[in-house]
Ligand binder design. Structure first.
Ligand code: 6OG
Length: 188
């Protein structure tokens, strides 16, 4: 069991377009974001990602590619929110508006960063360059980023459970040896 709160975030991509949803409720209300939510107890993270996309915009995702893991320290939250980010290019159906999200396709050149979570502008370019990444962001009480670290990695290590060693969080991974550390906190 992880002591972090596990969440998913799935970006649906079709060519040079990305499907985002305008959140109608929750912490991200009023912001454009990918689709996702909390991983249920005992649920596989990738399955959770697919379930959330279907629930939030009616799209059935056939396959996902894991692209990032980010740890967020958020005001008023005791647990770190660990968000597992996926890309989906293989999916079925047309996006529909639900109680949670109003979906809209955006050109990758017109991503509405001003109306998104403040971290997105840091990692979305990596996502668009098909780079995998891991990092952490610390938000203050006014949801400004006060500290962050973001690294490009070459792969996610297999979860420890899969190797028969229990007791480690599924999110355990080994950063690439030749990782490219990018710490931009001083520029904020
Ligand atoms: P709520 O239902 O609690 O949101 N999520 C974040 N996504 C981005 N891009 N940046 C963040 O920075 C995020 N924090 C959470 C995870 C849950 C959904 O929002 C994502 C879930 O998909 C702090 O409003």
């Amino acid at each position: 069991m992880s002591d972090k709160k596990l969440l998913t975030l799935c970006l649906i991509q079709q060519g040079d377009k990305i499907l985002l949803g305008l959140a109608k409720r929750g912490k991200g209300e009023g912001k454009w974001n990918g689709f996702g939510g909390k991983v249920e107890e005992g649920e596989d993270i990738e399955e959770a990602a697919k379930r959330e996309v279907l629930e939030e915009c009616g799209i059935s995702v056939a396959e996902t590619e894991k692209v990032g893991v980010l740890d967020f320290t958020l005001p008023g939250e005791e647990q770190i929110w660990q968000v597992h980010i996926f890309r989906a290019t293989n999916f079925f159906g047309e996006p529909i508006e639900t109680d949670e999200m109003k979906p809209q396709w955006f050109s990758i050149n017109e991503i509405p960063y001003d109306a998104m979570w403040a971290d997105d502008i840091f990692w979305m370019p990596m996502f668009l360059r098909s780079q995998k990444f891991e990092g952490k962001f610390v938000f203050n009480d006014t949801y400004k980023i006060i500290e962050h670290k973001l690294s490009i990695i070459s792969a996610f290590a297999a979860p420890r459970e899969a190797l028969g060693r229990s007791g480690e969080p599924e999110s355990t991974w080994i950063p690439d040896q030749a990782r490219d550390d990018i710490t931009l906190a001083e520029n904020l």
